[in-house]
Write a protein that binds this ligand. Structure first.
Ligand code: FAD
Ligand code: NAI
Length: 475
């Protein structure tokens, strides 16, 4: 029997489960279908983000940071910690329990909001009497119908051609979060966000880590002054990053991997490692969606084609998050999910792509919002820049974490903030002030005139804003 709803959401990652909650808040009868299984085969809503992305990676980053602090930095505080050991199994168990808390939290939110959750694979089917149909198969078998469908099926790791993930030697983000012992030698391909975060985890735990990157520029999308500062810190940590390489044949043996590549000088090289993590971007999940059943347009990457409002070419079908254009970020997916639910309700949901923040959770953290200096130059925008180093910030000194800086870019004429770029301690939290400022179209002078608590890292933000007008007080 077909079960009728107002809205069906396919996918319960950050885009899908948040869209479902917002739609339920707006009074709709909502179903959410998600296929993810936990280790016992039960439902594990939360998508990539909760299961094999944002949350578990941050759990491992935290554990490995504690280990690094205990081994390398406690002594500065007069604390002697001898015989510090890493119990990788316990670290992974903690990570798994953090993931499960998040899975359970989403199941609770579904109940609280009276959302019908279907654990299984959702596929589009031909409409019946003009009403969209979704078939659920796998853990649950059902046929659902609704006038409005939100596709939030997310993305999966992209494999290198000819080298599929076996999750034993050749790892995607999934396997990279489940390595049972610290590899002696770890190779990564791609020094993007995952490469740096995962490389940092295993480097801090003692692995000899080499990252091979195809592009000649390190973190090309990041403001280059910030990227250079970050690179210096990673070099010091012993994270080996080779830029401008061309990866050739990859040989996978029982006990390891051998990567042939040409370095930036054109020399043939081989990198042997116990494990290889391939982090070269992600592909949208549309393969099992049966897009053809409704004539849903996909682009050449397999992403669902949407307009600025996340409408697809099929009336009543929307798509949000990693499965559509734009940055593959959990908070971007969530914002789109909320906006779509509101649009279905006839409201004016809005996502401002100019103020979507980015964070790379390395140590130091890298965070930014708005345009980089290189983008402003390319766009021919006249700008003023102000920077302030954490070295001159009292709290950063007290914390013993003085790497990096805050950088403001403001319009040369109006002083409107055009971009804020941070490398340093708690950059992930500090960036929120810049996002608020840019959302309200603040000037750098606005931030410079606001009272910031002392001592706090946020004083570096205020000082960088003052530096735009060449009047930083503490530097
Ligand atoms: P997903 O989270 O991918 O969820 C899609 C869901 O749909 C999945 O549960 C999937 O099983 C399900 N699904 C797919 N097809 C079907 C179907 N046909 N039927 C039923 N269910 C289906 N972003 C950040 O903002 N911050 C971070 O710190 C961060 N860290 C990351 C770390 C790693 C290692 C990775 C891989 C990603 C990270 N991301 C981070 C990116 C973030 O995880 C994604 O941008 C986000 O999860 C996208 O959300 P989504 O809802 O679009 O899709
Ligand atoms: P990415 O796009 O961040 O980086 C991929 C890197 O691989 C690029 O530098 C690219 O030049 C390089 N590359 C591509 N093909 C290559 C090849 N054949 N040989 C060598 N280098 C190659 O992708 P990544 O790291 O896989 O992450 C995917 C996405 O997940 C990110 O873009 C981001 O949207 C999201 N994510 C977000 C996080 C966060 O917000 N903190 C953390 C992790 C992932």
């Amino acid at each position: 029997m077909t079960q009728a709803f107002d809205v069906i959401v396919i996918g319960a990652g950050p885009g899908g489960y948040i869209a479902a909650i917002r739609a339920a808040q707006l009074g709709f009868k909502v179903a959410c279908v998600d296929a993810w299984k936990n280790a016992s085969g039960g439902p594990a809503p939360g998508g990539t983000c909760t299961n094999v992305g944002c949350i578990p990676s941050k759990a491992l980053l935290q554990s490995s940071e504690h280990y690094d602090q205990a081994r390398n930095h406690f002594a500065e505080h007069g604390i002697s910690a001898t015989g510090v050991k890493m119990d990788v199994a316990q670290m992974l168990a903690r990570k798994d329990s953090v993931v499960q808390q998040n899975n359970d939290g989403i199941l609770y939110l579904f109940k609280k909001n009276k959302i019908s959750f279907f654990h299984g694979h959702g596929a589009l089917a031909a409409p019946v009497d003009g009403v969209h149909q979704v078939t659920v198969s796998g853990a649950t078998e059902a046929t659902l119908s609704a006038p409005q469908i939100i596709i939030a099926t997310g993305s999966s790791a992209r494999a290198l051609p000819g080298t599929p993930f076996d999750e034993v030697n050749v790892l995607s983000n999934d396997g990279a979060l489940r390595v049972g012992a610290v590899p002696k030698k770890l190779a990564l391909i791609g020094s993007g966000v995952i490469g740096l975060e995962m490389g940092s985890v295993w480097r801090r735990l003692g692995a000899d880590v080499t990252i091979l990157e195809g592009l000649p520029t390190f973190l090309g999308a990041v403001d280059q002054q910030i990227a250079k500062e970050a690179k210096k810190a990673f070099d010091k940590q012993g994270l080996k990053i080779e830029l401008g390489v061309q990866v050739g044949e990859i040989k996978v043996a029982k006990k390891g991997v051998s990567v042939a590549y040409t370095n930036a000088k054109g020399e043939a090289q081989t990198l042997d490692a116990d494990k290889l993590i391939v982090s070269i971007g992600r592909v949208p999940n549309t393969a099992g969606l049966n897009a053809a059943a409704v004539g849903l347009a996909l682009d050449e990457r397999g992403a669902v084609v949407v307009d600025a409002d996340c409408k697809t070419n099929v009336p009543g079908i929307w798509a949000v998050g990693d499965v559509v254009r734009g940055p593959m970020l959990a908070h971007k997916a969530e914002e789109e999910g909320v906006a779509v639910a509101e649009r279905i309700a006839g409201q004016h949901g809005h996502v401002n792509f100019n103020t979507v923040p980015w964070v790379i959770y390395t140590s130091p953290e890298i965070a930014w919002v708005g345009r980089t200096e290189q983008q402003l130059k390319a766009d021919g925008v006249a700008y003023k820049a102000g920077t302030f180093p954490f070295l001159a910030n009292g709290l950063a000194r007290a914390l013993g974490d003085t790497t990096g800086m805050v950088k403001f870019l403001a319009d040369a004429v109006t002083d409107e903030i055009l971009g804020v770029h941070i490398v340093g301690p708690m950059a992930s939290e500090l960036i929120a002030e810049a996002v608020v400022a840019m959302e309200f179209r603040a000037s750098s002078e606005d931030i410079a005139r606001i009272c910031h608590a002392h001592p706090s890292l946020s004083e570096a933000t205020k000082e960088a804003a003052l530096a735009v007008d060449k009047r930083a007080l503490n530097f």
